[in-house]
Design a protein around this ligand. Structure first.
Ligand code: NDP
Length: 277
């Protein structure tokens, strides 16, 4: 579509539950302005029972693509007609492209996360000791890309141990182990500690051993907010060398989705400066 086209702009959106406070419409409208693309980006609040009808209804109405967020990423993978290598590895989809009624699933969480950590935060991942806290949809997206960086070891810990076991069995890589949060207490401080849980968001102290954090630790919270997140507060209070929240991942995964849909990758630097870090 050209910029002078008088037809209706292409439609995109985000489906999740809840979605009301999402920054994705703002991010995608800034990307569209920067790259001179005509498009709209809407929010769809869909409970699990309404997910499939929401996606199919949007496609039937001419929608071109959807981002998918909590709690639908794993169901979205099952719903798609085709999946990219990243989505197949994660068994989770956060980006759907709708072409001639067919749903193509992709996962940009992992590449967005790695780009924020390595490029924006300048944190080395090769050869270091990493722990990912959580084994939900977001953790599924980042484990494969983290392993590709060849860390010395990668520990996945989750409240429900079986989900961490499943992830470790699925990727079956050397140095990849599953633990409970309590079992993390035996380990020396991590070089990189990633929070991919929603623990602490209801005001309770995050349930992770403080011994995981030391002055050399880079702590990354996938969760983001307008003030320091509970995990960032917790990490700093235990002496973390650095603790950052997931604004950068949000922007980078959005840029990757935008590139899949529009064939042009926006420059994320301006936006990253504008959003709270
Ligand atoms: P899921 O619902 O799939 O998984 C939630 C995870 O949090 C599970 O591992 C769950 O453990 C754990 N958990 C929830 N409550 C607690 C608790 N009280 N104590 C300990 N563990 C808990 O969500 P996602 O994986 O999709 O998302 C996780 C977070 O990451 C969300 O807050 C989301 O906003 C954020 N995110 C940020 C992105 C970004 O771009 N910055 C991208 C994607 C996600 P259990 O298995 O035991 O239930």
């Amino acid at each position: 579509m050209t910029n002078n086209d008088q037809s209706a702009p292409d439609r995109y959106g985000l489906v999740g539950h809840p979605v009301a406070h999402s920054r994705s419409p703002l991010i995608h409208s800034m990307f569209a302005r920067q790259t001179r693309q005509r498009l709209t980006y809407e929010l769809f609040d869909a409970e699990p029972a309404a997910f499939e009808t929401t996606v199919r209804g949007f496609g039937a109405a001419g929608g071109k693509g959807l981002n998918v967020t909590v709690p639908h990423k794993e169901v979205a993978f099952a719903l798609c007609d085709e999946a990219s290598a990243a989505a197949s590895a994660a068994r989770a989809v956060n980006t759907i492209s709708i072409v001639a009624g067919r749903l193509h699933g992709d996962n940009t969480d992992g590449v967005g996360f790695i780009r924020d950590v390595k490029v924006n935060q300048r944190q080395t991942l090769a050869g270091v000791r990493i722990a990912v806290l959580g084994a939900g949809g977001a953790a599924r997206g980042i484990v494969g890309p983290l392993l590709a960086e060849q860390p010395a070891e990668l520990t996945i810990a989750n409240r429900t141990k079986e989900r961490a076991d499943q992830l470790v069995e699925q990727f079956a890589a050397a140095g990849l182990v599953a633990r409970t949060f309590a079992e993390l207490g035996d380990l020396p401080p991590m070089d990189v500690l990633v929070n991919a849980t929603s623990a602490g968001l209801r005001g309770e102290t995050p349930p992770f051993p403080a011994s995981l954090v030391g002055p050399q630790s880079f702590c990354y919270d996938l969760v983001y907010g307008t003030s320091a997140t509970p995990f960032v507060v917790w990490a700093r209070s235990h002496g973390a060398g650095r603790a950052v929240q997931g604004w950068g991942m949000l922007v980078e995964q959005a840029a990757e989705s935008f590139a899949i849909w529009r064939g042009i990758r926006p420059d994320t630097r301006t936006l990253l400066k504008q959003l709270a870090r």
